[in-house]
Design a protein around this ligand. Structure first.
Ligand code: ADP
Ligand code: MG
Length: 699
């Protein structure tokens, strides 16, 4: 247990709280004095953000401050009740309206000074529609928002008016700041490098900043702490996964590896060689490999994985490669069987499609070791699958899997039938270029390497933005390309999550295209609801050239490789994220001739996102832009991504802090793995990340 600090006292003992208010604060998640101190404003208002009421124009988004001079509830013909209040400042009056919120009549009183943010509409004159309001002062109380002052807006809850909460914090702040002095646990050197204020000063700046910019200083200090603790956990996990677990030392025998080199129809790129050297070092060391290979679509990750697999196999081990879809697993198996034809390596495929005797036999070959390279889907991590001697676990398109599934494959070695218990090396691959800040946050426990070079001999990819009214020309262009022997994709977004609706949407479009857009061409339809046999049949027809145009939902996003396809038309492109669009564009430009990506959207060139996409081909830049434009919250919901819910850190701006935090954390863990001589750091970690701090407990 961390040692007790006065800040641990129940919030009810804080001056001005008491048991009744403590129950209300509990609803905000505030249980201790510390919680109250860390309950920082959600945003700030200052004189520069407040508009004089007299200057409001219809259509404006504005924040205003004024006294309520009259108010009341109006019924409407539709039966809706509207609360209205007329608000006045020195420059004029405006009527504010809250449709459907008659209860506000009990909350807002005449004489109240309100801070309101919302939109100016036109309704018998100008009317203000507030999205949010805060009561700054009641009748007769002085105004807290004066010239030059920054006003903090706290998250609050029913039963605790904002001005009371603000007062409560203001009354106790000096004492709480004094108490927090001993909890500034970040290494001094880190604070200095990051140029952030000490903890008490940072919290002070957050609660009562002299300017909005000063509050940002405070935020950076708290963000640094969050990032530091997360990196501490990562550093520790990394250590556990690599240092404290013995790994297999694969020797560089080069028998199979050399054969593959000879039979490759191309030269490896510089980036592939570099990455293979790094993987080779990991594999031959006695430590366990735990590596992420990031490489844009088409950068040639499969071959890299195959070389690693052969290294394991020529040392007498098995290798397994898990892909997120059957389509992709089957494609990998086909590619790999082709490349390994002369080597005698036995390749087994294990997917959900195998049933009955064939499945039993496949599993037997895996368990006996007869299967040397096993390629499959989630089917690989089912309980009943046993390996003979798994030496290398590869996860392709790993962002499609949850963390647990990624771990499940790497733990397969525990059931090795041959008896050895040394865990397999792990190589995870991702074609989704993600911003560096996100990679460090999500995968801080892995060593990351990058394939940042496109294989040569690829044609250019041109990107154009078109509006739906230009579709006839777009379809004509596709038809012309087909006449030149090429193939095309036409992709629709998933309109609805519902299976039935997805099916109708895709099918209707397909029928329409067949009749109107592309009469005379061979069309195939691919969507998530097709049975897997049918999917494979359609893909095979497209691959072999029997189909000219593949109409698809975003199933084609992942890993499909048809070099003769040179056109990608994306319908309703605005509904896709930039990174998703980038994945789609990665399906073309795989052969030697020029390819064309045509994104169709009502927004046309009016969309900044689409313009960025059309301008750059670099997946990492696109990912950075996506993060900047959409923000971390929107881009990566914590639920599916495993991204921690940061309170202060912002990945879109804090890469500098993140790098410093990571270096400091790795340094600290290397020097003192159990934090035995950094007790205050350990205490703070346990308080902040309680459930995850388990691994730091000694004994
Ligand atoms: P991804 O990184 O998207 O998984 P793949 O491994 O599927 O990419 O490779 C895409 C295509 O590029 C494949 O057809 C593969 O054979 C080819 N390829 C891989 N490396 C090279 C190279 N060095 N030179 C030329 N073609 C290559
Ligand atoms: Mg791939």
């Amino acid at each position: 247990m961390p040692r007790f600090s006065p800040l641990d006292r129940d919030v009810q003992y804080v001056k001005g709280v008491g048991p009744r208010r403590a129950r209300i604060l509990e609803r905000l998640g505030l249980r201790t004095a510390r919680d109250l101190l860390y309950h920082t404003p959600r945003r700030y208002e200052d004189a520069s953000t407040v508009s004089p009421i007299g200057s409001l124009e219809t259509g404006m988004e504005a924040t205003i401050v004024g006294r309520v001079v009259s108010k009341g509830v109006l019924p409407t013909r539709g039966g809706l009740r509207i609360f209205q209040a007329v608000v006045k400042d020195r420059s004029g009056y405006v009527e504010c309206a809250w449709p459907g919120q008659p209860f506000l009549d009990r909350v807002i009183e005449r004489g109240d000074l309100l801070l309101l943010s919302g939109t100016v509409r036109f309704f018998h004159g100008k009317q203000f529609h507030p999205r949010e309001f805060t009561t700054l002062a009641a009748k007769g109380e002085g105004a807290p928002l004066s010239e030059g002052r920054v006003f903090p807006i706290y998250p609050t809850t029913e039963g605790l008016p904002h001005r009371h909460l603000r007062q409560l914090i203001a009354d106790n702040l000096d004492e709480l700041l004094h108490e927090v002095e001993t909890e500034d646990v970040l290494p001094e050197q880190l604070l200095a490098e990051a140029c952030v204020p000490p903890l008490p000063r940072a919290l002070d700046l957050l609660h009562r900043p002299p300017s909005v910019a000063a509050a940002e200083e405070g935020r950076r200090r708290l963000a640094l702490e969050e990032l530091f603790f997360l990196q501490l956990i990562h550093a520790r996990t990394h250590r556990e996964a690599t240092q404290s677990v013995p790994g297999i030392a694969f020797e560089p025998r080069r028998t199979l590896v050399r054969q593959l080199y000879r039979s490759l129809p191309f030269e490896l790129t510089g980036a592939q060689r570099r990455v293979l050297r790094q993987i080779g070092e990991d594999m031959s060391s006695g430590r366990r490999m735990n590596r992420l290979l990031q490489g844009d679509v088409g950068s040639g990750k499969t071959v890299v994985a195959l070389f690693a697999a052969l290294r394991a196999i020529e040392n007498g081990y098995q290798a397994a490669m898990m892909a997120p879809t059957e389509l992709l697993a089957e494609q990998h198996a086909r590619t790999v069987r082709g490349l390994l034809a002369d080597t005698g390596v036995t390749v087994e495929i294990l997917t959900g499609r195998l049933t009955g005797t064939r499945r039993r036999e496949a599993r037997e070959r895996v368990a006996s070791g007869e299967a040397q390279l096993v390629i499959g889907t989630h089917a690989l991590i089912q309980e009943s699958v046993e390996f003979h001697r798994l030496g290398l676990a590869i996860v392709d398109e790993q962002h499609r899997f949850g963390v647990r599934q990624r771990l499940a494959l790497s733990e397969r070695g525990d059931s090795n039938t041959e008896g050895s218990r040394t865990p397999p090396d792990v190589l995870v691959m991702s074609a989704t270029p993600i911003p560096r800040s996100l990679a460090l946050t999500l995968y801080g426990d892995l060593d990351v390497c990058l394939l940042d070079e496109r294989p040569s001999g690829r044609g250019q990819v041109r990107t154009a933005i078109r509006r739906p009214k230009e579709l006839p020309q777009v379809f004509q262009f596709v038809t012309d390309e087909v006449a030149r022997g090429r193939q095309a994709y036409v992709v629709y977004p998933l309109v609805e999550e519902s299976e039935a609706l997805e099916l109708t949407a895709a099918t209707t479009e397909f029928e329409r295209l067949k009749a109107e857009g592309f009469s005379g061409l061979e069309l195939g339809l691919l969507h998530g609801q097709l049975p897997s046999d049918e999917k494979e049949r359609v893909m095979e027809a497209f691959r072999s050239g029997a189909l000219d145009v593949l109409v698809a939902t975003s199933v084609v996003e992942v890993g499909i490789d048809v070099p003769n396809a040179t056109v990608m038309v994306v319908q309703h492109a605005e509904r896709f994220g930039l990174s998703q669009l980038h994945q789609l564009r990665g399906r073309i430009g795989r052969g030697a001739s020029t390819s064309y990506c045509i994104i169709v959207s009502e927004l046309g060139h009016g969309s900044e996102r689409l313009r960025i996409f059309a301008r750059t081909e670099d997946g990492f830049r696109i990912a950075e832009e996506d993060l900047r434009l959409r923000g971390q919250g929107d881009l990566f919901g914590p639920r599916q991504s495993g991204l921690p819910a940061f309170r202060w850190a912002r990945l879109e701006t804090d890469l500098f802090l993140l790098n410093l935090a990571r270096t400091a954390a790795r340094g600290l863990v290397a020097e003192d793995p159990d934090l035995a001589s950094h007790v205050r750091v350990r205490d703070a970690l346990e308080r902040t990340y309680q459930e995850r701090a388990e691994m730091f407990r000694t004994g």
